[in-house]
Design a binder for this molecule. Structure first.
Ligand SMILES: *Cc1c(COP(=O)(O)O)cnc(C)c1O
Length: 361
């Protein structure tokens, strides 16, 4: 059996079907139905969040975040080390991404580089808690206050990570999340906008359903609603969250002990309760990464280059800038397979193949 970087967690079939019965009873399939409402309430309570808006996916969540903060043009300071959706949503909202380089030890935005990039056009900072590691939220908040900027966090990897005792989704003006099938907690497709500000939450709530309330057209909106089928998957998967995190923690610790420090790893963060969303490793060079991949692929094992390329080098950007640290890290970072159901024997095999390549090169 092939081993990929991730495998979607599916709960017991009967448990999901049990929730579908109610959908068949009522014929309510979408439009802010009871399961969507229940999921919003449950996650809000579980993570102690003030306002949680469940939406179609993590990309439209970023678009809604920009639009709810009334950002429709200008420059957004962001990180080049993320999935393409982070930069893509900025461009899609007709704003200009301006890239600050990243911290070499945990791959989040390097706050020391932010102020030098500010112009009168700068509207916001969009940072990413990449792999579930926390950005320097204290410093970002200070910079934002000093220059009157909005702060958005892409928390697509941050579900269930805690920083200074609080959910990592609770920082900034808005934090977004993704519940795509590849993420730690998923609803097949799905995402969210989280905010402490009631007025912002109300705008997102309206904008995600065409800006329409009852029969009244209140503002420009889009369709970013989520269905009862997706919410039902989320409700069932929530019951398995701690179990899944424990399974991932076990695998990460097995990697740690077996790899024995031959590959680079992000620095441990004080004050972070980690969610074990990913297991990123840094090779010494791109050549080592490719060589190791070749060997693993021969054994039907497929880690992934997360993230590659550095987003400041996207071919459709209008202006070029250089981010040497991100470009270097992107050239030699990968995520190893990590999912509920990955067996100890498989982890050990992956580690011994990595050792095998390492000892010959
Ligand atoms: C997955 C992901 C997204 C996009 O989420 P979707 O739900 O797939 O639209 C955005 N940002 C990051 C960092 C991601 O990993």
């Amino acid at each position: 059996m092939s081993i990929y970087v991730t495998k979607t967690f599916l709960p017991p079939y009967e448990e999901y079907c049990r929730l579908l019965t109610k959908i068949w009873d009522t014929s309510v399939v979408t439009n802010q139905g009871p399961y969507v409402h229940e999921l919003e309430q449950k996650i809000q309570k579980l993570l102690n969040l003030e306002h949680f808006q469940y939406v179609g996916n993590g990309t439209v969540a970023l678009q809604l975040a920009l639009s709810a903060l009334d950002i429709h043009d200008g420059e957004i300071i962001t990180t080049p080390f993320s999935y393409v959706a982070t930069t893509g949503s900025i461009l899609w909202e007709r704003c200009t991404p301006v890239f600050a380089d990243i911290e070499p030890d945990n791959f989040t935005i390097d706050t020391a580089g932010i102020e030098g990039l500010l112009t009168p056009e700068t509207r916001a900072i969009l940072a990413v808690h990449v792999f579930g590691y926390a950005c320097n939220t204290e410093e970002i908040e200070k910079i934002a206050k000093r220059h009157n900027l909005k702060v958005i966090y892409d928390g697509a990897h941050a579900f269930a990570s805690k920083y200074n005792g609080k959910s990592l989704l609770s920082f900034g003006d808005i934090t977004t999340c993704s519940f795509h099938a590849t993420k730690l907690f998923h609803t097949v497709e799905g995402g969210a906008c989280i905010t402490k500000d009631r007025a912002i939450a109300d705008v997102i709530d309206l904008q995600k359903r065409f800006g329409q309330k009852k029969e009244e057209q209140l503002m420009l909106g889009i369709n970013a609603k989520q269905s009862e089928f997706h919410a039902a998957m989320g409700l069932v998967n929530l019951n398995y969250l701690s179990q899944n995190i424990a399974a991932r923690k076990h695998i990460c610790e097995l990697y740690d002990s077996r790899l024995d420090g031959i590959l680079g790893r992000p620095a441990e963060q004080k004050n972070l309760e980690y969610n074990y969303a990913y297991y990123p490793v840094l090779f010494k060079s791109e050549k080592d990464l490719l060589g190791t991949f070749e060997l693993l692929n021969k054994h039907d094992i497929y880690p992934r280059r997360y993230f590659h390329p550095s987003l400041n080098t996207l071919p459709y950007l209008k202006t070029r800038c250089s981010c040497p640290i991100s470009e270097d890290i992107c050239s030699r970072i990968a995520c190893l397979p990590l999912y509920t159901g990955l067996k100890d024997e498989e982890v050990k095999k992956i580690c011994s193949l990595i050792h095998k390549y390492h000892s010959k090169n």
